[in-house]
Structure formats: structure tokens, C-alpha cells
Design a protein around this ligand. Structure first.
Ligand SMILES: NC(=O)c1ccc[n+]([C@@H]2O[C@H](COP(=O)([O-])OP(=O)(O)OC[C@H]3O[C@@H](n4cnc5c(N)ncnc54)[C@H](O)[C@@H]3O)[C@@H](O)[C@H]2O)c1
Length: 366
């Protein structure tokens, strides 16, 4: 059993919740590349264990351990903390689809808020009080356009966003109640792209809710066309504008966050974005250029809970840590397309070898 003591040294063993997912799997590679020991917990509700052989292939090692569990199962989670001397936690595990959250609010609050409170209980019981939390720009909601800094008010417009906002409130209260906690909330704008190796990428179960996997599937002929949700938003071309950030830039910020956790106690909040907005049609055009494919689309109605524009003012994190994203939209499209080409069946299939021309399957996917 771990000793119940606070650990102020730089973390070396990091527990990654949701480490089989899109951002979590890239974070595992980033941490392994920088000498961390990595312990993963994931219930595979939106992923699968196949990803870890790919993580190991990229990083050249995987010395940690992987546990299949739901973080709301406090007994199972506690057993992991008993077995490993965890220094800090990267907390990615959550449900993340805006549309689904409007239909299944209880599921979202239960998984996202209940998952976070269960984790906080178990961490405190084991004297681990260092946490990096995956928040979201969706907490800003209908902010009316223009780059948003961290002081912008929370105006969430859907249950997913409200669940993240509630988690932030819980974390602020926890830090107020016990000054031994050190928590970094990273509000991501829109992580996208894939690992440049083509071995890791975004491969959600079911119909993707995010733009990049939809574009990749249409470009590959797995889906007939892209559905653009709303062309009547108050934006230059009428389609929604978001600030896309390469997933590798995103996880580099997490590794720096771990290094900087001990800078100050309490809660700190940073936006992670590029400060550059792109409309759905601009991203579609960029993906068409990267893939050399025409990407058919249709205009559908606005999705419940969506907003016109979310763009980051990410000045605070760059001033604090010197973190700047270095990859642009063309890089995200190139890497997401490479992942699609090398993994026509997603992460569950055997990756094709880079550089070998393959014939893509045709026809819509489910
Ligand atoms: N991808 C984005 O556009 C985006 C934007 C803003 C914030 N975020 C946040 O970043 C985090 C990671 O997102 P992602 O894109 O990698 O999502 P993802 O669905 O690919 O990864 C989440 C992982 O958590 C696991 N999981 C879910 N509930 C769990 C539970 N109760 N117990 C254990 N494991 C559980 C899933 O199986 C999955 O592997 C999430 O918290 C998400 O809300 C993502």
C-alpha cells in the first residue's frame, strides 16, 4: 500500500485515466519519450486495448501497467493506487460528444462529474494531490466570437460543456478546502490530427462527432459525404468556426504541465489553442488538399448545443511556460489522412506499412 503522504517532487510515475483514447494515447507516448513511468486506466467505452502495442512501437517501451476499469469503481481504482506509487494524474477519461450529451444528460453527468469525484476521493485517500484535468473550450459556450482568455465567463450550452464546467467548480472547491492540492485545468479548443507515425489517431466508436474523423472517412470513401451542421452561423462563410490544435502539440503541453505542477499550489487554468479560427468549410478544403480527394458535403441543420465560434487567446500559457503550438492546419490534415490511409479499419486492424500504395475500400460506413 502506498504511504499517505504528499509528494512535492517532480512526478515520475503518472496515472493516465482514459489513456487508450485519442489524446490519452498520444500523451502516453509523450510521457514515455520523456522518461516517465505510465500507468493507464480505461474502461474502453470509446477505445480498445490494441492501442498499447502501437504506443510501445512508437515509444520503444511500455514499462507501466494497463488496467481495464471504470474510474467510478472506487474499489478497483483504489487497488491501482495501492499497487503503484503514483505521483500525479492526467485525467482524460470522460464522454465527449456534445450531441450525445443533449440526448443522454444523466449519462454525461454521471461519467464526467461522477468519474472526477470518484478519482478525487481515491487520490486523496492515497495522498496524491497533483492533477491535470482535461477541460474544454465548450465551457465558454456562446461567447459571441473573438479570442477568449481564461477570464471569459462560463456560458455552457449543452450537458457535456456543463459537466466540464461543474468539474472545474469541484476542483476549485477542492483546492480551496485543502491547500495541498495542485490542479491544472487545461481548456482544450479542438485537438485534431494524429501521430506522425500513422500508428495513433482518432478512432471513436460509432459515428464520429468530431470533424476530422468525419473528413477522413469521407475522403476514404467510408462515408458518402460530410454533414455540415449549420451554414447560417454569424461567421464569414456561415459555418461554425473552431480553433484546431494538433494533438501532438496538445500532449506536449501536458508534459510541460507535469513539469510545472509544483510551481504553485491550488488551481490554475490555461487555454490550449492556436488562437486561429477555421470554419468547417475551410477545414474541408484543407483536408481535400492534403488527401487529394474531393470531399462531398451537405448542409444540415444546426446541432443542438453548438455555438458559432470558439477561438482561444492562449497567451497565458505561452507567457507562463513558453508553450507555443508549432503545427498548423495542413499538418493536422496530413497526419489525420495518413492515419486513415494506414488504418482503414481503425485501430483494431493491422496498420499498413507507410509508403505502400493501397486500394481504399468504398461505400458508406455505419
Ligand atoms: N477531442 C476533443 O476535441 C476534446 C476537446 C476538449 C476536451 N476534450 C476532453 O479531453 C479528454 C480526452 O478526449 P479524447 O478526445 O481523447 O476522448 P476519447 O473518447 O478518445 O478518450 C477518452 C477515453 O476515456 C475512456 N473512458 C471514458 N469514460 C471512462 C470511465 N468512466 N472510466 C475509464 N475510462 C473511461 C474512453 O474509453 C476513452 O478511451 C476528455 O475528457 C474530453 O472531454 C476533448
Amino acid at each position: 500500500m502506498s504511504t499517505v503522504s504528499d509528494r512535492h517532487r517532480s512526478p515520475s510515475t503518472v496515472l493516465v485515466t482514459g489513456g487508450a483514447g485519442f489524446i490519452g494515447s498520444h500523451a502516453c507516448v509523450e510521457l514515455l519519450d520523456h522518461g516517465y513511468e505510465v500507468i493507464v486506466v480505461d474502461d474502453y467505452s470509446n477505445s480498445g486495448p490494441q492501442v498499447f502495442s502501437r504506443v510501445e512501437r512508437i515509444a520503444g517501451r511500455f514499462t507501466g501497467a494497463v488496467y481495464e476499469l471504470d474510474i467510478r469503481d472506487r474499489r478497483a481504482l483504489s487497488a491501482v493506487f495501492d499497487r503503484h506509487s503514483v505521483d500525479a494524474v492526467l485525467h482524460f477519461a470522460a464522454h465527449k460528444s456534445v450531441g450525445e450529451s443533449t440526448r443522454m444528460p444523466v449519462t454525461y453527468y454521471d461519467a464526467n462529474v461522477g468519474g472526477t469525484t470518484a478519482l478525487l476521493h481515491v487520490m486523496a485517500e492515497h495522498g496524491v494531490r497533483s492533477l491535470v484535468f482535461s477541460s474544454s473550450c465548450s465551457v465558454y459556450g456562446d461567447a459571441g466570437g473573438g479570442p477568449l482568455d481564461e477570464s471569459a465567463p462560463h456560458r455552457p450550452t449543452n450537458p457535456y460543456a456543463r459537466s466540464k464546467s461543474v468539474c472545474e467548480t469541484v476542483l476549485a472547491d477542492v483546492c480551496r478546502a485543502d491547500p495541498r492540492w495542485t490542479v491544472l485545468c487545461l481548456r482544450y479548443f479542438n485537438p485534431a490530427g494524429a501521430h506522425p507515425s500513422g500508428l495513433l489517431g482518432e478512432d471513436p466508436h460509432g459515428t464520429p462527432g468530431n470533424l476530422f474523423p468525419c473528413l477522413a472517412r469521407v475522403a476514404a470513401g467510408r462515408r458518402p459525404r460530410l454533414r455540415v451542421f449549420g451554414a447560417d452561423w454569424p461567421t464569414p462563410d456561415g459555418t461554425a468556426v473552431r480553433d484546431y490544435l494538433h494533438v501532438v502539440d496538445t500532449v506536449e503541453a501536458h508534459r510541460i504541465a507535469l513539469d510545472r505542477l509544483a510551481d504553485a499550489p491550488g488551481l490554475r487554468v490555461f487555454n490550449l489553442g492556436r488562437g486561429h479560427g477555421s470554419s468547417v468549410l475551410e477545414v474541408r478544403a484543407a483536408f481535400a488538399r492534403a488527401s487529394g480527394q474531393d470531399i462531398a458535403y451537405e448542409i444540415a441543420g444546426r446541432r443542438a448545443g453548438d455555438v458559432a465560434e470558439l477561438v482561444a487567446d492562449a497567451g497565458a500559457v505561452s507567457r507562463a511556460w513558453g508553450w507555443h503550438p508549432t503545427r498548423g492546419l495542413a499538418d493536422m490534415c496530413r497526419d489525420a489522412w495518413r492515419f486513415q490511409q494506414l488504418n482503414p479499419d481503425g485501430l483494431r486492424g493491422t496498420p499498413r506499412r507507410p509508403g505502400i500504395e493501397q486500394c481504399e475500400g468504398a461505400g458508406p460506413c455505419g
